[in-house]
Each structure stands twice: as structure tokens, then as C-alpha cells.
Design a binder for this molecule. Structure first.
Ligand SMILES: O=C(O)CCC(=O)C(=O)O
Length: 269
């Protein structure tokens, strides 16, 4: 089976600003990634100075391979063109019945990436079915303006500042994108999206991979980091990161720290 999107899927993304479930990993591969994540989480629970979960591709070979996986990257190149960077890797994890949610928002409002040739691959490493609080999208919202957002700083909001669209959202048009473990959805950086709490007895683990075309710039800080995953980078707008030579080596930890600090400065700035 082709790893690329067909023309109908590309057109649907352009029209609606997102694409729903597409299988990219087998259930067994998703489970292996989940176990690798959970092994790292266990180290973090034990250790005082362990690194954050952000940008794990700079620390672990399994994560580096995953962000370069053709089954994820080819569909992204179909939407962004042949030259693509990974700007960041992050997680949206809702523990069983923990009440966490994500308010309606547009990613473009706080990342500092311009122009908006930026796509998120949301990869489910556990079941992300209807009862887990899967992602919901407002179709076509990526074609509209950037909406006004307020920072709510709510404890149970998974967003860094609890940012939330202030303008009225027509929730009746919202489309849920439930995923099985190993499936991904794709969404445009301007698409309004959010999610409700996980009402199941398992964790809902979303791995979010933020990809952008190489011509995109970071406008909030002078030099941000990124990883080339397809084609070539003739623009040089980002400092390109290298593959980890070993898992959690000293050099890897230093590069990881640097990348995380710079990106969080951009997000929080
Ligand atoms: O996982 C969620 O429910 C929200 C994810 C999200 O906001 C994002 O990927 O930008």
C-alpha cells in the first residue's frame, strides 16, 4: 500500500483543515512505542534531574526513527511539499478518568511559525476512541482568521496556558477524530481543535509531531531548532539537530536541553 495520500485526501485536507484516521503503525509497533515511553516515564518518576518528555527524538533512537518514518512523513510531504522539518515532538496524555481537557484553540496563535505551512501528525499510541476524549476539529476553520484567544491557566487544561478561543465557536459543526492505537490524524496549524476528558480506564496517549516546510521561519526568537526529515533545507532558518548516537548520552542530553529551552522560549514568549 502507498505511504502517500491520494488526491482526494489532499483536497479534503485543503478544504477541511484536517484528515481523520489513517493507519501508520501496527498495533504491535504502537505498543512498542508506548512501552518505550512508559519506561522513560518510570525513569523520570525515580530521578530528580531527568529531562522532559518533549523532543524525545533527540534522546532516543526509537523516537528519531519514528519521526522519520515514511508512513508518517510521506503524507506530510503531500501537504507541505518535499522539504520538511520536524519542529517539535510532544505528548498529549490523558490518564484514565483524570478530567483533563483541551479548550478550543488554534496552534498558530502561539508557536511563532510563519507562514502557516505547518501540520501536526497526532499519532495514537493507545486507544483514542470516542470515550477517551479524542480530538475534535472545526472543519474549514483554517481558512478563517486567527481568532482572539484568552489564557485561562485552568489546572485541568492540557495546554501550556489554557489558551481558549474567545469568539463564539459553532460546536454543532465539530467533527470528532477517534483513532485506534497506531492510527494518526493530521491537522493544519490554523484549524480550531480541542478535546473533552477521557472517560475510560486506560490512558489516552497522543504523540504530536509538529512538521513545517523548510521556508517557514520562527518569528518569536532569533534561532530555534528543528530536524530535517525530508528533502533538503536550503533556507537555514533553524539550527538543524542531529540523530542521537546513543540513548540518553551526555551529548544527546545537552543537545536535547538546548532544543527544549529554545522552543519553550518561543512558545511562552
Ligand atoms: O490531544 C488533544 O486532545 C489536543 C492536542 C492538540 O491540541 C494539538 O495537537 O495541537
Amino acid at each position: 500500500m502507498s505511504t502517500h495520500l491520494c488526491q482526494i485526501e489532499v483536497e479534503s485536507f485543503r478544504e477541511r483543515g484536517y484528515l481523520g484516521a489513517r493507519r501508520v503503525l501496527s498495533e504491535a509497533e504502537a505498543m512498542r512505542c508506548r512501552r518505550a515511553l512508559e519506561a522513560f516515564e518510570a525513569i523520570r518518576r525515580d530521578g530528580a534531574r531527568t529531562p522532559p518528555l518533549t523532543d524525545l527524538h533527540l534522546l532516543f533512537r526509537w523516537a528519531w526513527d519514528l519521526v522519520h518514518d515514511a508512513r508518517i512523513v510521506h503524507p506530510v510531504t503531500d501537504l507541505l511539499g518535499p522539504n520538511v522539518l520536524l519542529w517539535g515532538l510532544n505528548w498529549f496524555i490523558k490518564e484514565a478518568r483524570d478530567g483533563k481537557f483541551v479548550t478550543w484553540h488554534q496552534d498558530a496563535t502561539y508557536w511563532g511559525l510563519e507562514p502557516h505551512d505547518v501540520v501536526t501528525a497526532w499519532v495514537a499510541l493507545s486507544d483514542a476512541g470516542p470515550a477517551t476524549g479524542p480530538m475534535k476539529f472545526i472543519p474549514g476553520s483554517h481558512k478563517g482568521p486567527i481568532l482572539r484567544h484568552a489564557n485561562t491557566w485552568e489546572d485541568d487544561n492540557l495546554l501550556t496556558r489554557g489558551q481558549m478561543v474567545e469568539d463564539a465557536i459553532d460546536e454543532s459543526s465539530a467533527m470528532p477524530a477517534p483513532l485506534a492505537a497506531g492510527e494518526m490524524s493530521l491537522h493544519h496549524v490554523r484549524t480550531v481543535h480541542g478535546s473533552t476528558p477521557n472517560m475510560t480506564d486506560d490512558r489516552r496517549i497522543g504523540l504530536v509531531l509538529r512538521y513545517c516546510a523548510t521556508h517557514v521561519r520562527q518569528v518569536k526568537i532569533s534561532r530555534d531548532t528543528a530536524t530535517l526529515v525530508a528533502g533538503e533545507d536550503t533556507y537555514g532558518h533553524f539550527d538543524l539537530m542531529q540523530a542521537p548516537e546513543c540513548d540518553m548520552g551526555e551529548r544527546e542530553m545537552a543537545r536535547h536541553r538546548d532544543s527544549v529551552v529554545r522552543t519553550s522560549r518561543a512558545i511562552m514568549g
